[in-house]
Design a binder for this molecule. Structure first.
Ligand SMILES: [Zn+2]
Length: 486
C-alpha cells in the first residue's frame, strides 16, 4: 500500500512537472548571446543575437533552479504576469576577470557569453541576477524577448566542415545528460587522433564515480571542426596557433589557465548536437585547463595528469564545485573573502557542526575544525609552488629564445618528474594521517590558506592524481545528474 502511494505521488508530480513545461515552453532551445563587459566595479550586459535550435536537451521538470550555485543566475519570467517559469545558476569568465588586478585598476574588458533556455511560447523577460556583498542574488539586467521576433535566427544549417561522432547513446536528450566533447587544436589529418582521444576520455569519465554508477544516464558526442594548425596559443612562449576555438594558455595572466574567449565560435560548433555540458578537448601536451559552471570546461589531452584534468575541470563546469586547494597561485586576487560564506557546496567558512553545509556527511564524533597536520603540508607545498614557478619560467624562456628542441624536451621532462615526485609525497602525507577518510572541516580551501574549510583531507578538487571526489563533491555531482534525468 505504501508503495502504491509513493508511486501515485511520483506519477502526479511527473504529470504536474510535464504540464508545467508544456504550458510555457516548446521542445526547442533559445540561445541568447550577449556581451558582458566592465571592470571590477562595473558589470554590464548588451544583447548580441538570439538563435533557435530544435529540441531542448535540458530539464523538462523542476524548471526552477534548486541548487543555489553560481555567481550569476538567469531567470525567465512570463512577460504578462511576471511569474518565474525557469531559472538556472551559472558562472562567467567576465565574473572571474572582475577579480583580477587589471579590472581593479579600472581596465574595462568585454567577453562574449551565452545563456541557453527552453524556448518560450509567449513573450518573456530574460533577466540576470548577480551575487551582492552578502552572496545574495540581486537582479541587475532585464530584457524583453518575444519568441515571434523576426530578428531571431532560425535557419541553423549545419556547417559542412563540422563532423559529429556519437560516442555513447543511452536515450532521448530530454531524459539524459548530454555531453559534447568539442575538438580544439586538431588538424584535418588528426581527425583519427580526435576519435581515439574521444573514446579514451569518454571512458575515463564513465569509469569514475559517481558517473560510473550512473553511466546509463549519459549521451556523449564528439564534435570536430579541423584547426588550421595543431596545438594552441602559448603567449608566454611566443607561440600562436590558428585554431577552431582560439583556446589559449596564460588566460587572465595565469600560467596553467587554459580558456577560450571565442564563445561565439564555440557555441556555433557545439550547436550541431543537443548538449547539457560542453568539454573542450585540447590537442596539446602541456598541463592546463579551466572550468566555468554551466558554461564549459577545457583540458589538455597529452600530459601525465590528463585524466585528473578532465575530472577536475568537469567538476567545476558540470557541478559548480569550488577548488578546494589553496597553495597554488591563481589569477584571482580576491575570489573569496572568508567573512562571507562561499556559495559553492564543497567549501565553507562556517565550521559549526550544527550548521555546516555537509553536516549529514560528518564522521560521528569528529572534532571541528578538524586538526590536521597543516603546517607540515603548507611548508612542503609552498616550497614546491615556488620551485614550480621557477621551472615554468625557465621552460617559457627556452621556447621564446627558440632553444634546441632537445633542451626544451629535457626541461619539460625534468619538470614532469619533479611534479610527479611532489604529488607522490602529498599522497603519502595524507595516507599517513589519522584523518584520512574522515569527513569534518579541514582548514585551507578555495585559494584561502586560513578561514575556509574543505570536507575531507583530499579530493579530486584538492590535489592532483588518481583519486576520487570527497563524499561531499561526489554527492553534489549525483544531485546534478539526477536533475537532468528525473
Ligand atoms: Zn571535494
Amino acid at each position: 500500500m505504501k508503495y502504491f502511494y509513493i508511486l501515485l505521488v511520483l506519477m502526479v508530480t511527473n504529470i504536474v512537472a510535464g504540464n508545467e513545461f508544456e504550458k510555457w515552453f516548446e521542445d526547442a532551445t533559445m540561445r541568447i548571446d550577449y556581451f558582458h563587459f566592465g571592470d571590477s566595479r562595473q558589470d554590464d550586459i548588451a544583447i548580441d543575437r538570439i538563435y533557435r535550435y530544435d529540441t531542448w536537451p535540458g530539464r523538462h521538470s523542476r524548471l526552477i533552479d534548486s541548487y543555489g550555485n553560481g555567481l550569476y543566475r538567469v531567470t525567465i519570467r512570463d512577460a504578462e504576469n511576471g511569474e518565474v517559469i525557469y531559472s538556472q545558476g551559472f558562472s562567467s569568465f567576465f565574473g572571474e576577470y572582475q577579480s583580477t588586478a587589471p579590472a581593479a585598476q579600472g581596465v574595462k574588458r568585454a567577453f562574449h557569453e551565452t545563456c541557453r533556455v527552453p524556448w518560450p511560447k509567449y513573450p518573456v523577460i530574460f533577466s540576470l541576477d548577480k551575487r551582492d556583498g552578502k552572496n545574495e542574488f540581486r537582479q541587475y539586467f532585464q530584457f524583453l524577448i518575444d519568441p515571434g521576433d523576426i530578428s531571431i535566427i532560425r535557419q541553423m544549417t549545419g556547417d559542412p566542415q563540422v563532423k559529429i561522432i556519437k560516442n555513447r547513446e543511452s536515450g532521448p536528450p530530454a531524459k539524459k545528460v548530454d555531453i559534447a566533447f568539442i575538438a580544439e587544436g586538431y588538424t584535418i589529418e588528426e581527425f583519427s587522433k580526435f576519435k581515439k582521444d574521444l573514446s579514451y576520455f569518454s571512458n575515463v569519465l564513465m569509469n569514475s564515480e559517481p558517473y560510473r554508477s550512473m553511466a546509463d544516464q549519459f549521451n556523449i558526442y564528439g564534435v570536430f571542426k579541423a584547426s588550421v594548425e595543431s596545438g594552441v596559443d602559448e603567449p608566454r612562449a611566443g607561440i600562436y596557433k590558428q585554431t577552431a576555438l582560439n583556446v589559449t594558455f596564460n588566460s587572465l595572466g595565469s600560467e596553467r589557465y587554459l580558456m577560450t574567449e571565442d564563445n561565439k565560435a564555440l557555441q556555433d560548433i557545439a550547436g550541431h548536437v543537443p548538449f547539457d555540458a560542453l568539454v573542450i578537448m585540447v590537442n596539446h601536451s602541456r598541463y592546463g585547463g579551466g572550468g566555468i559552471y554551466n558554461q564549459f570546461c577545457v583540458f589538455t589531452t597529452g600530459n601525465q595528469w590528463k585524466e585528473y584534468l578532465l575530472l577536475h575541470e568537469f567538476g567545476h563546469s558540470f557541478a559548480g564545485l569550488a577548488d578546494e586547494y589553496y597553495t597554488s597561485s591563481t589569477a584571482y586576487s580576491e575570489l573569496n573573502t572568508p567573512t562571507i560564506e562561499p556559495f559553492e557546496p564543497n567549501i565553507t567558512a562556517l565550521h559549526d557542526k550544527k550548521i555546516i553545509k555537509w553536516k549529514s556527511f560528518l564522521t560521528p564524533g569528529v572534532q571541528m575544525p578538524t586538526p590536521w597536520k597543516k603546517k607540515g603540508f603548507d611548508k612542503m607545498d609552498y616550497a614546491w609552488q615556488s620551485e614550480r614557478a621557477r621551472m615554468n619560467n625557465q621552460i617559457a624562456e627556452l621556447k621564446r629564445k627558440h632553444a634546441a628542441t632537445n633542451d626544451i624536451i629535457e626541461a619539460e621532462r625534468e619538470y614532469d618528474r619533479r611534479d610527479a615526485g611532489h604529488t607522490r609525497k602529498v599522497d603519502e602525507y595524507f595516507l599517513q594521517s589519522r584523518f584520512f577518510g574522515v569527513v569534518g572541516a579541514f582548514e585551507g580551501a578555495g585559494y584561502m590558506q586560513y578561514g575556509l574549510y574543505r570536507p575531507m583531507l583530499d579530493c579530486l578538487m584538492f590535489s592532483k592524481g588518481k583519486k576520487p571526489f570527497c563524499v561531499v563533491c561526489e554527492n553534489v555531482v549525483k544531485q546534478v545528474i539526477n536533475g537532468y534525468t528525473n
